[in-house]
Design a protein around this ligand. Sequence first.
Ligand SMILES: [Ca+2]
Ligand SMILES: [Ca+2]
Length: 274
Amino acid sequence: MQSTPLTIFAALTCATLAPSLATAGVVFSDTFSDSDRAGWFNSSGVSNTATVADGALTVTSGRHVLAYFADTTLSSVGDTLTLAFDVSVLNPLNAGSGFRVGFFDKNGSTAVSADGVNTGFGNYLGYTAALNLVPPGSPVIFRQRDNPGNTALITTNTNYTQLGSAGGPVASFVSGTTYRFIYTLEKTGADALSIGVSVTGGAFGETYQHSVPDESGIVSLLNSFAISSTTTTATSFTLDNVSVTFTPVPEPSSFAAWSGVAVLGLVASRRRRR
Ligand SMILES: [Ca+2]
Ligand SMILES: [Ca+2]
């Protein structure tokens, strides 16, 4: 297409509108192919409890690993934030709430910049899902971190209110088997969220998926996540192909603006052909 004043205007308008949509998509990604764990912080002051080898991150149980992403707000009904990762565990055991994942808002705190022993997290708000890797029918337990104070982020439930529980793993995790773990927050109302997990792979197939709602006092600004297992759950866990993806529903105003741009472009194109 040749440039006309209208197509130039349309292109400029697109460029102006583009930043408002730039927050959609992948806001965090790590495959550990560079053999380091820059951007990940271990709750231990002993650095060798989280190490990268063979392109994956292995974390000793009893500790969490934490990473940050840009402030992301679930503002419209349908907006979804998803943490996805491959995980394998070594020597999984029967322990309720043993394996935990969480999305958090650091809530004005300074982001940690080094490994530490559960310090600096007193103000964090957010949500966790916890499950038993080797259940006898234990449910997945969903909690909200809504009572800040204790500085441990995810290795204690002191700061948490239980939102509910749902079903339970339909099989046990098997040592050394890689599973795809997906943890999701979806805005479902003005002051409501749905928190869900799904695990696929091994004996789980596609069948393991549960969620519960939080129907008031929601945390809709998120900028960090953590993954943890208790010492009674497994010897260690190994992560790879970790991503956080923000999937907003398109704003009506964005639709209107973009369709306006499209109409302008079409008009310009037709005028030129006449
Ligand atoms: Ca990798
Ligand atoms: Ca709540």
